[in-house]
Design a protein around this ligand. Structure first.
Ligand code: NAI
Length: 535
């Protein structure tokens, strides 16, 4: 009975789609005219009943009236803030299981730091952007639902350390199927393995309520933390994958309509679902591969006298290669690159494509090696021992302009130095002391109490550097370039060392002050101003 009704509803929907397929252009024009003229009469503001009626007729054009985003993290929060700011007629609700996170989104202290995010949220929060823990209500009211939950690497069972853990995606899909009583477009925004859309579809189809139809789209997010708002406002492309059916293409059009409020149509790329899913994994793998490529060359530079800056510039000026993502460093971090490459490796292994898996595994191995190499460089040049020595760590976030520390290279460098007995004084302008202790205790497997014998948190860089033997730059925060290193030098133990893991400092100037300077990708120069030659 249920199946019959479903089939009838599906047929009716397909018939509707066939009848209306020639109306698309008109519908689009109609909807954008309405958007332009109707802002003052926004139906959703404080009037759910009116909006529900409007929402139920929304199939007659490409418009979307209500969006729900499941997952208020680094992707869900900023993405929805930008959508809501650019689409004042769309009511956007971001939901999360974490009441604490939602409370922070509703407070003056947002749970994540991104340049320009605060201003946007402050302007539109509680106008057409809402943060809530009432997931059921938001699902029920939405025309379109983004699934933007975390997809970490599996830490148990089959595929441990490789496969993506899709349990949160599955939970979200089951909740949608359980709650929704009218048609929804479900958009997979989380980064997932190829064919995850199929799984979402199966869950929705086999659990759905009578008469409810779903279209599932893949719309991976390409934003980078630290420049998320910029990336969302002016993306290189928007990628939407969907079913190659009339209904699928209508759903794509409706999601596309949302983005067309501020993104030129030619930047919106549509593909089949699998291409979209794989493109996200491939894009992250290519970006990480460039970092590992230049880092592998940095090791050759240190051994030969070539300078990695010069090599990167010469290589990057080739228009076939380009200059971006060629900065040598202590390695990539962040929640995505490693996880997504492992995801790709797992896919290749599952498809019995072992050489493909091995190829991408090397990208991660070089990254691990780079972190270790840097820590060894520090120990070796501090006369072979850092035991009991105070070392200032500048930067704990995985990159500048974010407080995110997930997979930060700084964590690994600190771990190596703590294992050698160093006393670390860590300063980061955005990362909290609690976060640093939590990350290190998880990484090292020791209690935070035990850790406090080796780690102290400084409130500012001068305090971290005072009486230290060495400064280690782990994150490329702009403020590290502007410090008074003459003053810092005067407060440090002698000989004083700087290890620049991000190649951001003026090494000639530092050497003229008297520092011994070591960095990734350059053979250490003998400091003509110092008696201390590098080992
Ligand atoms: P996150 O961990 O910051 O946020 C995910 C949120 O989802 C958490 O707050 C969690 O409580 C919530 N959540 C989990 N299950 C839920 C459920 N059933 N109902 C409601 N809320 C639920 O993760 P982030 O960084 O935002 O990443 C999300 C996805 O986007 C991941 O797949 C990631 O790979 C991808 N991505 C992340 C980027 C980044 O820079 N962080 C960039 C591009 C893609």
């Amino acid at each position: 009975m249920c199946a019959d009704i479903d089939t009838e509803a599906e047929n009716a929907h397909v018939q509707w789609a066939i009848q209306h397929k020639d109306d698309d252009i008109e519908a689009e024009q109609y909807s954008s005219t309405r958007l332009a003229t109707n802002y003052s009469e926004t139906p959703f503001v404080n009037d759910y009943s009116v909006n529900n009626i409007v929402g139920s007729t929304s199939q007659s054009d490409n418009s979307i009236f209500r969006i729900c985003c499941i997952g208020a993290g680094y992707v869900g929060g900023p993405t929805c803030a930008v959508i809501a700011s650019k689409c004042p007629n769309i009511h956007v609700t971001v939901v999360d299981v974490s009441a604490e996170r939602i409370a922070a989104w509703n407070s003056d202290s947002l749970p994540i730091f991104e340049p320009a995010l605060d201003e946007i949220v402050r302007k539109i929060r509680n106008h057409n952007l809402f943060f809530s823990t009432d997931t059921d209500k938001a699902i029920q009211e939405a025309d379109l639902i983004f699934i933007s939950v975390n997809t970490p690497t599996k830490s148990y069972g089959f595929g441990t350390g490789r496969a993506a853990d899709l349990r949160y995606v599955e939970e979200a899909a089951r909740q949608i199927a359980h709650i929704a009583t009218n048609d929804k477009i479900v958009v997979e925004k989380s980064t997932v393995p190829v064919k995850a859309c199929e799984s979402i579809k199966t869950i929705l189809k086999t659990n759905k309520r009578r008469g409810v139809n779903y279209q599932v789209l893949s719309n991976p997010e390409f934003l980078a933390e630290g420049s998320a708002i910029h990336d969302l406002l002016a993306p290189d492309r928007i990628l939407i994958g969907g079913d190659e059916t009339i209904e699928g293409s209508l759903a794509i059009k409706r999601l596309s309509w949302v983005y067309e409020h501020w993104i030129p149509k030619e930047k919106i790329l549509t593909t089949n679902t699998w291409s979209s899913e794989l493109s996200k994994l491939a894009a992250n793998a290519f970006l990480a591969q460039r970092i590992s490529s230049i880092n592998s060359i940095s090791a050759v530079c240190e051994a030969t006298g070539a300078s990695v800056d010069e090599v990167a510039k010469a290589v990057g000026l080739d228009s076939r290669i380009g200059s971006k993502f060629l900065n040598a460093s202590i390695g990539f971090g962040g929640s995505c690159f490693q996880k997504d490459i492992y995801n790709l490796i797992y896919l290749a292994e599952s498809l019995k494509l072992e050489p493909v898996a091995q190829y991408w595994l090397q990208v991660i191995k070089i990254n691990d090696w780079q972190r270790e190499r840097f820590a060894q460089m520090i120990v070796q040049n501090l006369f072979g021992s850092v035991s009991g020595k105070k070392i200032a760590i500048f930067g704990f976030a995985f990159k500048k302009d974010t407080a995110d520390t997930r997979e930060s290279s700084s964590i690994y460098v600190c771990r190596y130095l703590i294992a050698e007995g160093a006393s670390l004084h860590i300063y980061d302008p955005k990362v909290s002391s609690d976060r640093i202790f939590l990350d290190l205790s998880e990484q090292i497997g020791t209690s935070e109490r035990e850790l406090s014998n080796h780690v102290q948190i400084a409130n500012e860089p001068y305090e971290a550097a005072k009486n230290s033997h060495a400064i280690v730059v782990c994150t490329e925060w702009d403020e590290f370039m502007k410090l008074d290193y003459q003053l810092i030098y005067s407060t440090m133990e002698k000989p004083s060392y700087i290890f620049d893991g991000r190649l951001i400092l003026d090494h000639d100037h530092l050497m003229s002050i008297g520092f011994n300077v070591f960095c990734i990708g350059k053979k250490p120069a003998k400091n003509p101003f110092s008696n201390q030659s590098p080992l």
